[in-house]
Design a protein around this ligand. Structure first.
Ligand code: 6R9
Length: 695
C-alpha cells in the first residue's frame, strides 16, 4: 500500500537540486547570521599550543597540503608505511579511481594488492611494541560509581576470545555480523573481533527500533547477531534483547533467519534470570567466549576487502548500506585522528558518540586505537544524573581531548555555566565538534566556558560516506572562525559548484562536492551500485556530491550550511524525511504525510510532519500520540516528530509533486515568504494549512 506515499519523484533531482540554505542570504544557523568574512572574531591558537603542535602554522599546513595534492600516491604511501602490511601494495596502484560516470563505472581503490589487518594494527602492533600495559580503554558506566578499564594486552585477549568463538560457529571472511550493543567495551571488542577474522561488521545503533533492526538484518543477512540483555540509560531500563527478539521474528518472516544471538549479560542493568530466552538461537556471551584461547590467528585481508557496513539515511525511505574497505580506511582514520586532534601519546581521549554511528566507528574505535591512544567509553546519558556529568568525567579521568556534537553543547549551555564551573577541566587541551554546523554562539560557549578560552575547537565536517574528516581545523595551524570548519584535510579537494555543476572560485556559495578520491572514501552501497552512482556521482559529473551546501569566504574558510537534499539532521542524527513519512503512512488512519526539518534550539533541527488523515477520521490528541508512537516503533525514539500538523490537503504541483519549499515556510511560520503558489494544483490548500497551524 501507499508505503512510499511521497514517491521518489519528489526527492532530490539533479536539475532542481537547489541549495536550500546555501545562498548567501540564507546563510544562517539557528537564526544567527554567519559572521562576515573579515578578520573580526578570529580566534588564534595560543603560541604555546602551536609550538607543541604537529602542524603549527598555516605555512606548514599549506606545504603538507600541497604535497598531498601534487603527489597523493607518495603522500599516502608514506603514511601507510607506518602500519604493518603482511604484503605491500603494488607501488603503481596506490590509487586507482574513476569518479566520472560519463567515463564508465565509478571505481575507487587504494593500496590494491596490499594485505593487512586493521585489528592487528589497532591492537597487536602496540602490544608487540611493548605497550601492552598501556590503557586502551577506560569505561564509565551509567552510574558515576561504575567503571572499568582494559590495557592493550587485555583488549587483545578479549578480542581473540570472541574472534575464536565466532570462528567456531562458522563465521569467516566476508560473513556479516550484526552488532546491537550499547556503549560497553564489548562493542569495540566485537568490531575488532570481526575485523580480525575478516568478517564484516554492521553495527546498528541500539536506539533503533525492532523494525529498523529487522530491516538491516534482512538486508545484510548476518550469521550472528551480538547484543546484550539490557542497558540503563539515565534512569531508564532498555531491554535490548527483547528488541532483538522481535526483530529476528520479523527478519525470519522476510526470509532471513539468523542462527545465533550472542547475548552479553549486562549485569549492572539486568540479571540473567530476568532475561527472556529463546532456546536454540540464544547463547550467553559469558558462557562461551571466556572459554576460548586468548590467541587467535589473523586473517590477512586485501586492502580492498570489506571492513564494515553501516546503514545511514538518504533521500528515500530505504537506508543505505555504506560499505567501507580495509586499507584506505585504516590509513585515513588514523591520520585524520592524529592531526585534527593534535594527538600525543599521553592524551586521554573522549568522544561522546555512540559506536552505532560513523563517528563511533572512526573516532571511538579505529582512529584512536590505530594510534595507540587511551580511549574513554561512556555508557550513559551526558546529563545524567545532572548536567555536570561530562565535566565530572573529564576531571575523573583527566580527559585531554573532548569530541562531541553541537546539540550537546547547546543543551548544556541552556542548563547553565554553573554546572561547568564546578569542575576544574584543566586537563582539557583540544575540543571537537561533529554532526552538524555549530552555531557561533554555541561555539563561543564551548570555547570560553568549557575550554576556558585555551582549547582550540576542531569543527570536523565529514560523513558516514567519507569515512573520516574532510574539512577540519588542524588546531595548532590556523586561527579559527567560530562556526567554520575551516580548511580541507590533506588530500581532500573540496569544490563548490553551482546548479550546473560548474566549479566556482574564490568567495562563493553552492553545492559541496569533492574532486578526486581520498583513502577513506566508501566504495559502494551494499547491494545497490546503481543507487551509489545515482546519489553521489550523477548529480555533478566528475565529482562526489556530498548533499551539503557550503559557502567559502574570501579567506578560503568553509562554512557548511546544511543538507540540500531531503535529509534532516536531528541532534546530529541523519534522518531521511522519507523514512519518517513512510512510518507515518503505515498508520491505518494516515493517508499521506510530508515531513520537513525546522530550526530547533537544542537539536539543531526538529521534525515537522504534515499529516493528511484518511477521509472521515477526526483529528485528536490520541491520534497525534499514536502517529508519533508509530514512528518511534518503526525507526526509533530519536526520529519522533516534534510536531504533527493536520493537513486536509498538501500543496502539490499539477504533476503531483509536493512543494516542500512551501511546507518549510509554513512550518517555520515565514508566511510572508511563501513565494509563488500559482503553480499549485490547488492553491487553496495553503490557506487551509495556515489556518490549521495552531490546532
Ligand atoms: C560524521 C557524521 C553527515 C552530515 C553531513 C552534514 C552534517 C557533520 C558537520 C556537519 C556541518 C560539521 N555534518 N559534521 N555539518 N559541520 N562539522 O555526522 O556523519 O551521520 O553521515 O552525517 O552531517 O550535513 O552531510 P553522518
Amino acid at each position: 500500500r501507499r508505503r512510499w506515499a511521497m514517491g521518489a519523484s519528489d526527492r532530490l533531482k539533479v536539475a532542481d537540486a537547489r541549495p536550500r540554505h546555501a545562498g548567501p542570504c540564507a546563510a544562517t544557523m539557528l537564526g544567527e547570521p554567519l559572521p562576515a568574512s573579515d578578520d573580526h572574531g578570529l580566534v588564534h591558537p595560543s603560541a604555546d599550543f602551536s609550538a607543541q603542535a604537529l602542524v603549527s602554522s598555516p605555512q606548514q599546513y599549506q606545504e603538507m597540503y600541497q604535497r598531498s595534492i601534487d603527489d597523493p600516491a607518495g603522500f599516502w604511501s608514506e603514511i601507510a608505511e607506518t602500519f604493518y602490511w603482511k604484503q605491500k601494495w603494488s607501488p603503481d596502484e596506490v590509487c586507482t579511481e574513476n569518479l566520472d560516470v560519463t567515463k564508465g563505472p565509478i571505481k575507487i581503490e587504494w593500496f590494491k594488492g596490499g594485505k593487512t589487518n586493521i585489528c592487528y594494527n589497532a591492537v597487536d602492533r602496540h602490544v608487540e611494541a611493548g605497550d601492552g600495559e598501556k590503557i586502551a580503554m577506560y569505561w564509565e558506566g551509567n552510574e558515576p560509581d561504575q567503571d572499568g578499564k582494559l590495557t592493550y594486552s587485555a583488549l587483545l585477549d578479549k578480542v581473540c576470545q570472541l574472534a575464536n568463538y565466532l570462528k567456531s560457529v562458522g563465521v569467516g571472511k566476508g560473513d556479516a555480523v550484526v552488532i546491537y550493543l550499547p556503549m560497553l567495551m564489548e562493542l569495540p571488542i566485537a568490531m575488532l573481533a570481526c575485523a580480525r577474522i575478516g568478517a564484516v561488521h554492521s553495527v546498528v545503533f541500539a536506539g533503533f527500533s525492532a523494525d529498523a533492526l529487522a530491516q538491516r538484518i534482512t538486508d545484510c543477512k548476518p550469521k550472528v547477531v551480538i547484543t546484550c540483555n539490557a542497558v540503563k540509560r539515565g534512569p531508564k531500563l532498555i531491554p535490548l534483547k527483547d528488541i532483538v527478539d522481535a526483530s529476528l521474528v520479523q527478519s525470519a518472516k522476510n526470509g532471513v533467519s539468523v542462527g545465533i544471538c550472542l547475548t552479553y549479560e549486562n549485569q549492572l542493568a539486568m540479571k540473567k534470570e530476568n532475561t527472556r530466552w529463546i532456546t536454540g538461537t540464544d547463547v550467553w556471551w559469558q558462557d562461551v567466549v571466556p572459554n576460548f584461547p586468548t590467541r587467535c590467528d589473523m586473517e590477512w585481508v586485501d586492502a580492498e576487502d570489506p571492513l564494515f557496513l553501516l546503514y545511514t539515511s538518504g533521500s528515500t525511505g530505504k537506508p543505505k548500506g555504506v560499505l567501507h574497505t580495509t586499507g584506505g580506511y585504516m590509513v585515513y582514520t588514523a591520520s585524520t585522528f592524529k592531526h585534527a586532534f593534535d594527538y600525543k601519546p599521553t592524551d586521554i581521549y573522549w568522544c561522546t558518540a555512540d559506536c552505532g554511528w560513523i563517528t563511533g566507528h572512526s573516532y571511538v574505535t579505529y582512529g584512536p586505537l590505530l594510534n595507540g591512544a587511551i580511549v574513554l567509553l561512556y555508557e550513559g546519558a551526558p546529563n545524567y544524573p545532572n548536567p555536570g556529568r561530562c565535566w565530572d568525567i573529564v576531571d575523573k579521568y583527566g580527559v585531554t581531548i573532548f569530541y562531541t556534537a553541537p546539540t550537546l553543547v547547546r543543551s548544556l549551555m541552556r542548563d547553565g555555566s554553573e554546572y561547568v564551573d564546578q569542575y576544574s577541566r584543566k586537563s582539557l587541551r583540544v575540543l571537537g565538534s561533529v554532526g552538524e554546523p555549530i552555531n557561533p554562539t554555541a561555539w563561543r560557549w564551548f570555547y570560553n566556558v568549557v575550554g576556558n578560552s585555551r582549547c582550540p575547537i576542531s569543527d570536523t565536517w565529514w560523513q558516514t560516506e567519507t569515512g573520516g574528516f574532510m574539512i577540519t581545523p588542524l588546531p595548532g595551524a590556523w586561527p579559527q572562525k567560530p562556526g567554520s570548519a575551516t580548511f580541507p584535510f590533506f588530500g581532500v579537494q573540496p569544490v563548490i559548484v553551482d546548479e550546473k555543476g560548474r566549479e566556482m572560485e574564490g568567495e562563493c556559495s553552492g553545492y559541496l562536492c569533492i574532486k578526486k578520491s581520498w583513502p577513506g572514501a566508501f566504495r559502494t552501497l551494499f547491494g545497490d551500485k546503481d543507487r551509489y552512482e545515482t546519489t553521489y556521482f550523477k548529480p555533478f559529473s566528475g565529482y562526489y556530491f556530498s548533499g551539503d551546501g557550503c559557502r567559502r569566504d574570501k579567506d578560503g574558510y568553509h562554512w557548511l550550511t546544511g543538507r540540500v537534499d531531503d535529509v534532516i539532521n536531528v541532534s546530529g542524527h541523519r534522518i531521511g524525511t522519507a523514512e519518517v513519512e513512510s512510518a507515518l503512512v503505515s498508520h491505518p488512519k494516515c493517508a499521506e504525510a510530508a515531513v520537513v526539518g525546522i530550526d530547533h534550539e537544542v537539536k539543531g533541527q526538529g521534525i515537522y510532519a504534515f499529516v493528511t488523515l484518511v477521509d472521515g477520521i477526526p483529528y485528536s490528541d490520541d491520534l497525534r500520540k499514536s502517529l508519533v508512537m508509530t514512528v518511534r516503533s518503526q525507526i526509533g525514539a530519536f526520529a519522533a516528530p516534534d510536531k504533527i500538523h493536520w493537513a486536509p490537503g498538501l500543496p502539490k504541483t499539477r504533476s503531483g509533486k509536493i512543494m516542500r519549499r512551501i511546507l518549510r515556510k509554513i512550518a517555520s511560520r515565514q508566511l510572508d515568504e511563501l513565494g509563488d503558489t500559482s503553480t499549485l494544483a490547488d492553491p487553496g490548500v495553503v490557506d487551509q494549512l495556515i489556518t490549521l497551524s495552531d490546532t
